[in-house]
Design a binder for this molecule. Structure first.
Ligand code: C2E
Ligand code: CA
Ligand code: CA
Length: 655
């Protein structure tokens, strides 16, 4: 309590009047403390050092200088008893210069944020700088001349606050004008944020004035700083586009979903722009900014990836949503006519009706797969169901692959017996994979093979199906069944992996079956690199005694030269050739001569998809060695395969 006494004495010496303007350092001390907190937060987290970041740091430094100066000049004057107020004048000028510098930097920051072109930015900055110099000089002169600001010998002062306020209001006005003139350059939400801070700042200044206070002027400079800190630090806002990151998108959807707030979503995907180092042309950015800003109320734009943005808005804020979407698409088409950039647009009119609450970006990506380029797709329930199914299958596949169990019960081996024309028996078969998953039951290859290939899971699945096939062959051989071999499908993709051959060899060896009981089916590849890899792998498989099938001959573009280069044993004619051969004489001739040519070159020909007696008769005449199809049997669980095979007992008796 002593200090109060001392101050009381000092104030007793006719200095109360310095406190005439009701200043208390509390406002400035709070400002310093908050700046300190921000500095600590910036220092302890990763921040991208952009131009805006440098401006932000400058502002922070000048705010601290201003706060210290303001406290200094008010407090100091209290302790001066000899009437020499020189340093008080100096510190007061420093305070004002710091404030003007902050305002000038704000102007530069706004120009930077809005990506104003250089030829516009330079004159604007010149005007701002000239204004800055004028107010600074004016302020200094008004103190030197003692016309504007004068401390009387008794400690009271005559203050001319006009220079300061002219500078303050002048800069704020300049910023507001910039934000109005270039409003389409700044994302609407951000713009509103800035207007909000200005309104709050004026409100505080008004309250302060009303209560004859003077302590909180600098506090009003802090609001934009906090906004800038948010923008710079969490970096959720793409400076070029004015969009927020996809993480925020999922958060927002989840939040609104839980609150029961229905929203709609519009996604724009530009495949040509979707790579990491892509820079969207200024015209495209402008188009996206204006379209996303002009047609919907309170819409938020999110950036999923470089060429993918998603707009989300509340349905309740956009009553006539259909006509809004219609107008937006019209505007988009007009832009498209100019820019001619490929796109995919996905629209979802109600997130709640379709129960979309997370993985929105993944859902859109799955819709992209089956939609045409330069088209608009509206998400319906089947898209969402398909996506959920797809996600579920993928998660199960991941689990199967991670588990690494070669006998995982979720992977089923089915087998389709193949009819051997020369022996009139079933002595070979093809292994075909299925999944049986607890929530959706049986899953067929068209629904999971592409997925497994895309995610690098296919080799793990091949190993499982090979293991099952080896297990069954072991059993069949032990039980004396006449099984020549069972073929397993292999994807070209997995051959790229060095461990491909050793994995296959290991499984067959550990199963203790002759290697020639296993065959491998592969399809042709268009890709040159893949061809070379395939050739190498096929040679090594052949060396092990494994027979090689060329699968799906007749689909795609067959390159005869390449087929001849690979040591295939059996060419599988696709069902499309079986069908073609039944249409007219010419086609039948063509299929027939292809088959004949292969036979002459010592390949065996297998027809796939033989469904009818007619198919069987025709194919048999067209140089077939093997026939496979529903005519004989659909694929059956691998343990039922024995029902098709005959036993070798007779031969054993002979022996
Ligand atoms: P694919 O290798 O051409 O297998 C033949 C497909 O034709 C099988 O379909 C089979 O059920 C079907 N099929 C058999 N007979 C007939 C018939 O008379 N008429 C018609 N219309 N179709 C018949 P599935 O089992 O659905 O397999 C589809 C594709 O999935 C396979 O075509 C193969 O490319 C792939 N696949 C299946 N299992 C595996 C596997 O274990 N590994 C790999 N990499 N791919 C597999
Ligand atoms: Ca096959
Ligand atoms: Ca096939």
């Amino acid at each position: 309590m002593e200090t109060v006494g001392i101050r009381g004495d000092v104030m007793g010496q006719a200095l109360q009047k310095v406190y005439f303007d009701n200043y208390s350092p509390v406002g400035d001390i709070i400002v310093m403390a908050i700046c300190m907190v921000i500095v600590v937060l910036v220092a302890t987290s990763y921040v991208e050092k952009t131009r805006n970041f440098n401006l932000f740091i400058n502002i922070l430094v000048y705010i601290v200088i201003a706060a210290v100066a303001n406290v200094g000049y008010h407090e100091w004057s209290v302790y001066i008893t000899n009437g020499n107020y020189f340093w008080v004048y100096v510190i007061r000028i420093i305070y004002h210069i710091a404030i003007f510098t902050i305002l000038l930097t704000y102007t530069a920051y706004i120009l930077e944020l809005m990506h104003i072109e250089l030829y516009r930015k330079v004159p604007i900055m010149i005007v701002a700088s000239v204004f800055y110099v004028i107010v600074v000089l004016w302020d200094i002169l008004s103190s030197i001349s003692k016309k504007g600001f004068k401390i009387n010998p008794d400690g009271t002062y005559n203050s001319d606050i006009y220079v300061f306020w002219i500078g303050y209001v002048g800069f704020v006005t300049m910023c507001i004008i910039l934000m109005i003139v270039f409003r389409d350059k700044l994302y609407r939400q951000i713009l509103r944020g800035f207007y909000g801070t200005i309104i709050i700042a004026f409100f505080i200044l008004y309250l302060q004035g009303k209560h004859d206070q003077n302590s909180y002027t600098l506090v009003t400079f802090l609001f934009p700083v906090i906004g800038m800190f948010y923008l710079i630090h969490s970096n959720p806002y793409d400076m070029e586009l004015g969009a927020i990151s996809s993480r925020a998108l999922e958060d927002m959807i989840l939040y609104n979903f839980d609150k029961g707030i229905d929203m709609f979503m519009i996604s724009l995907f530009l495949p040509d722009m979707d790579y990491d180092s892509a820079v969207l042309p200024e015209s495209v950015q402008k188009g996206i900014r204006s379209i996303s800003g002009n047609y919907f109320n309170s819409a938020v734009l999110f950036q999923i990836s470089k060429g993918h943005v998603v707009l989300i808005a509340k349905r309740s804020a956009n009553k006539d949503i259909e006509s809004r979407i219609h107008k937006m698409l019209e505007a988009f088409n007009a832009e498209y006519e100019k820019l001619r950039l490929d796109y995919k647009i996905v629209i979802c009119e109600s997130l709640i009706d379709l129960k979309i609450k997370n993985d929105c970006a993944a859902l859109i990506n799955s819709v992209h797969r089956h939609m045409d380029i330069n088209s608009v797709h509206r998400i319906i329930q089947t898209d969402v169901d398909g996506f959920m199914r797809y996600e579920y299958i993928l998660s199960e596949l991941t689990d199967i692959v991670r588990g690494g169990n070669l006998r995982d019960p979720r992977v089923l081996a089915y087998c389709q017996p193949v009819y051997n024309i020369s022996t009139g028996k079933y002595d070979t078969a093809e292994a075909l994979m299925r999944l049986r998953l607890s929530e959706i039951g049986m899953v067929f290859p068209d629904q999971f093979i592409p997925l497994a290939e895309e995610n690098g899971y296919i080799h793990s699945l091949t190993k499982i199906i090979l293991q099952r096939t080896c297990d069954e062959i072991r059993y069949l051989v032990k039980e004396n069944y006449d099984v020549k071999r069972i073929s397993v499908n292999v994807s070209v993709l997995e051959m790229r992996d060095e461990s491909f051959i050793t994995d296959i060899e290991k499984i067959i060896e550990e199963s203790e079956i002759p290697k020639d009981k296993i065959a491998i089916e592969i399809t042709e590849s268009q890709n040159d690199d893949d061809f070379m890899i395939m050739k190498d792998m096929v040679d090594r498989l052949k060396d092990m005694g494994i027979k090689i099938y060329l699968d799906d001959f007749g689909t795609g573009y067959s390159n005869m030269e390449r087929i001849m280069e690979l040591p295939f044993d059996i060419i599988k004619f696709d069902r499309s050739l079986v069908l073609a051969s039944s249409t007219d004489n010419r086609s039948e001739k063509m299929v027939g001569s292809l088959a004949e040519m292969f036979s002459d070159l010592n390949y065996s020909v297998l027809y796939e998809g033989v469904e009818t007696e007619d198919d069987e008769k025709r194919c048999t005449e067209l140089s077939a060695s093997y026939l496979q199809g529903y005519k004989y049997s659909k694929p059956v669980p691998i343990m039922d395969l024995k029902n098709f095979f005959s036993k070798l007992e007779q031969e054993e008796n002979h022996a």
